[in-house]
Write a protein that binds this ligand. Structure first.
Ligand SMILES: Nc1ncnc2c1ncn2[C@@H]1O[C@H](COP(=O)(O)OP(=O)(O)O)[C@@H](O)[C@H]1O
Ligand SMILES: [Mg+2]
Length: 342
């Protein structure tokens, strides 16, 4: 399985690598490689290394989901910091074939709106997927922290989050024919530069869950068509986006929290769709955007590309950094002070 390892050291590439392996090996200097806009590949500081379990030091555990555990790790030979997801792996050959195909897709994704994949390796019977560490955390951890501080998330910030997610979905769909299938607040992460990215589509979500049968597919974020017929059109991601944005805006899940899994599925299909409370000061555009995302009949629901043209997104996309500064916002959320210039 060639995708479970990266290219071996290539002396011809040493020069390119010297930025990361020279005197200053701090992760900060490596991460400061500028983001290349438009989806071209940023220099990969690990490109000459084969990722191996023994070279990884666990810095801290970031969390645990249905499919596995995510940790912040340091690649000892380079000092490069990454997020590593461990997932239980099924030894059956069909699974291994699918996995290889999915890892190839991950490796081909190069977009500012998608968490960069650095490589994968087997550690015992677990697959370790190494990816870009987004130090601002997930939208779930962010909104919970904002709620705990007694604050709210401004609508302009919600616009930038929706816009970034849609850019990611359109990129996945147009460039790779991939539907995310597991869009939710914990799969949207943010860097301390204020860049928002998608993670956990394909390999680390649906595939592993379905084939390893470690997880019975019930999710708050499932669209009605998936519950009713198991269909997964591209519009299903738009439903999940609507629900995700209501949750981030409200800083809590919009469904009643006392429902058993079967009752939840029944609720999603049969009850009115969630919306923002009437007495809260959200704009008509935001409310309409959410209503469009959550049209129950997927044939009438817009695709990611179509909903990009909604005024809520169109207006957000022309807002400058001066009007909505995501870097300042996320740093404010975490009380982050940059000491790199001290
Ligand atoms: N690249 C990453 N950078 C920072 N945090 C991450 C990254 N990937 C995952 N996480 C965090 O790790 C935690 C566990 O993730 P996961 O196992 O995918 O479970 P789930 O997404 O279902 O909560 C989540 O809070 C997630 O936001
Ligand atoms: Mg996840």
């Amino acid at each position: 399985m060639d995708y479970l390892a990266r290219n071996p050291r290539d002396p011809a590439r040493e020069t390119q690598y010297s930025l990361a392996s020279g005197a200053d090996r701090s992760p900060r200097s490596i991460r400061s490689i500028p983001e290349t806009p438009g989806g071209t590949r940023a220099p990969d500081p690990l490109m000459n290394y084969t990722l191996r379990p023994e070279d990884m030091e666990t810095v801290k555990k970031l969390g645990e989901g249905a499919g596995g555990t995510v940790s912040k790790v340091k690649h000892l030979p380079t000092g490069f910091v990454m997020a590593r997801k461990h997932v239980r792996c099924d030894p059956n050959p069909d699974f291994q074939r699918l996995l290889e195909r999915e890892l190839k897709t991950l490796d081909r994704c190069h977009s500012p709106w998608i968490v960069t994949f650095y490589g994968a390796y087997m550690d015992g019977d677990e697959l370790a997927i190494c990816m870009e560490y987004c130090e601002g955390g997930s939208m779930e951890s962010v909104y919970k922290h904002v709620a705990d501080s007694g604050k709210t998330i401004p609508e302009k910030v919600l616009g930038k989050i929706s816009e970034a997610v849609l850019n990611g979905l359109v990129y996945l769909h147009k460039m790779h024919h991939v539907i995310h299938r597991d869009l939710k607040p914990s799969n949207i992460v943010i860097t301390m530069e204020g860049n928002i990215k998608l993670c956990d589509f394909g390999v680390s979500g649906d595939l592993v869950n379905s084939l390893a049968e470690t997880f019975v597919g019930t999710s708050y974020y499932m669209a009605p068509e998936r519950i009713q017929g198991g269909k997964y059109p591209v519009q299903s991601d738009v439903w999940s986006l609507g629900l995700t944005m209501i949750e981030i805006a409200q800083m809590k899940n919009p469904f009643p929290n006392n429902l058993a899994p079967f009752e939840l599925l029944h609720y999603i299909v049969n009850q009115p769709v969630p919306s923002l409370p009437e007495d809260e000061p959200w704009s008509g555009d935001f409310r309409d955007f959410l209503a469009q995302c959550m049209i129950k009949d997927y044939k009438k629901r817009p695709t990611p590309e179509q909903i990009m043209e909604h005024p809520f997104i169109a207006d957000s996309s022309i807002r400058t950094k001066d009007e909505v500064d995501m870097k300042a916002w996320i740093r404010g959320v975490w009380g982050y002070v940059d000491r790199s210039t001290d």
